[in-house]
Design a protein around this ligand. Structure first.
Ligand code: APR
Ligand code: PHB
Length: 390
């Protein structure tokens, strides 16, 4: 039987960043990933990093490309009623965000871990967690056709929304808070110059739209769609027409269109699991919580969980103290609920929810207030750049 100090399930951003931070602190970890390396490196997801996330990537030694290729954004636009209101992140909070695709970050993390042979096992099947409520947890799994067992001190469940880690905890031992939103996002990636040098979040009676980017030559756009929509119903030209229809005229007029490299539909959901720690099992990132993508908090929350957990494990292996490790759930959840509240509110502000005229008037009033009140803009900016606490 093999053994390690920390067994990590899942090689998404959470699992790999945790493994990397632990390794730099002399702590041994093995990552078990269900998918292939190529599959994991090709997944297309959001791409906005809070500055605390950037700092953690620097601490992990994986920020070289992030700092070179990432685009610093000091603000973004909220478009509505054929006009625009800029949220001046830098002016209102002193902080900026960095646009850098999660796909690229995933590659950077895989590359960093590749220097440690055997630290990540790809294409592992049937992962089962054992005895995580004792001092001697184990993880069993199938790899290259054979069944194995891994002994460890701790298990980090970094296996996302569909993983086995959260499901390993009996439902009566955890609380689950959930909201499912009545629409999805249809995303399109294309090698065309971005509409604007900053992101544009648009509220329109036809529905929400977002103009984002990956680089100066690659754009990422989204439109709110029905939950029942299929990607095949959305030709590129239908997508571009719909996007243009939801933007203020001065933006729609300069939209550069082109063939899609990728198109996909994602449902929107808020989910929080409490607690995030069960004996010697920790839930990290999407395994513990999901936020709707409005505001791009998913990856940043995952990184914040990793920071808290890595600090706790480093303290434990240095001093034998479990004080920080035992505070993991409490500390992580404070930030999780802040981001859950903000992403729910920002989603509610910008999307079309119903045909109820009263609700629509309130939404318009709130947008107007945001445009007129520097206090309201500052509230948005503070939440968007993210809190500085752990
Ligand atoms: N066994 C092993 N690996 C698994 C299993 C399993 N049973 N189930 C899932 N996995 C793997 C998935 O294949 C995936 O690579 O766990 C990984 C989870 O990664 P993510 O879903 O990316 O979750 P996380 O690392 O927490 O990243 C959070 O990514 O999903 C976005 O919006 C999210 O930006 C946020 C960030
Ligand atoms: C993205 O670029 O994919 C993105 C950016 C900001 C968001 C959501 C997604 O709020």
């Amino acid at each position: 039987m093999r053994s390690t100090q920390v067994a990590i399930v899942g090689a998404g951003p959470s699992g790999l960043l945790l493994a990397q931070l632990l390794s730099r602190n002399g702590i041994d970890a093995i990552v078990l990933e269900r998918r292939s390396r190529d599959y994991v490196q090709a997944r297309i997801r959001a791409g906005l990093l809070e500055w605390t996330t950037v700092e953690l990537l620097q601490e992990a030694g994986v920020a070289e490309r992030v700092m070179r290729d990432g685009l610093v954004h000091d603000g973004f636009d909220v478009a509505f009623a054929n006009g625009c209101h800029r949220i001046d992140l830098k002016g209102l909070t002193g902080r900026s965000v960095l646009v850098y695709g999660q796909t690229e970050l995933q590659k950077d993390l895989v590359q960093a871990r590749a220097s440690d042979p055997g630290a990540v096992l790809w294409e592992v099947a049937d992962v089962v967690l054992h005895d995580w409520d004792t001092r001697a947890p184990r993880v069993s799994y199938t790899h290259a056709g054979a069944r194995h067992e891994l002994r460890c001190d701790y298990i980090a469940g970094c296996d996302g929304y569909h993983g086995v880690s959260r499901a390993a905890v009996p439902p009566q031992q955890r609380l689950q808070f959930e909201r499912v939103y009545p629409f999805g996002w249809l995303g399109l990636l294309a090698d065309v110059p971005p509409l604007h040098e900053e992101l544009v979040y648009a509220h329109h009676e036809r529905g929400f739209a977002l103009c984002s980017m990956r680089s100066r030559g690659r754009s990422r756009y989204y439109v709110q769609c029905s939950l029942g929509d299929k990607v095949q119903q959305w030709s590129d030209s239908r997508f571009w027409d719909e996007l243009a229809a939801r933007l203020p005229e001065r933006y729609a007029g300069r939209l550069v269109t082109g063939p899609s490299l990728e198109k996909s539909i994602a449902p929107l959901r808020s989910l929080v699991t409490e607690p995030m720690q069960f004996g010697r099992l920790f839930l990290v990132g999407d395994a513990a919580h999901i936020v709707p993508p409005t505001g791009a908090k998913g990856l940043n929350l995952a990184a914040a969980d990793v920071r808290v957990l890595a600090r706790g494990l480093v303290e434990f292996y240095r001093t034998g103290s479990t004080t920080l490790v035992d505070e993991y759930s409490h500390r992580a959840l404070r930030r999780v609920w802040q981001a859950t509240r903000f992403s729910w509110w920002f989603t509610t502000l910008l999307h079309r929810f119903s045909a109820d005229p009263f609700a629509q008037r309130l939404q318009s009033a709130e947008l107007e207030y945001l445009a007129r009140s520097s206090a309201a803009s500052r509230t948005v900016a503070e939440n968007y750049v993210g809190p500085s606490f752990d």
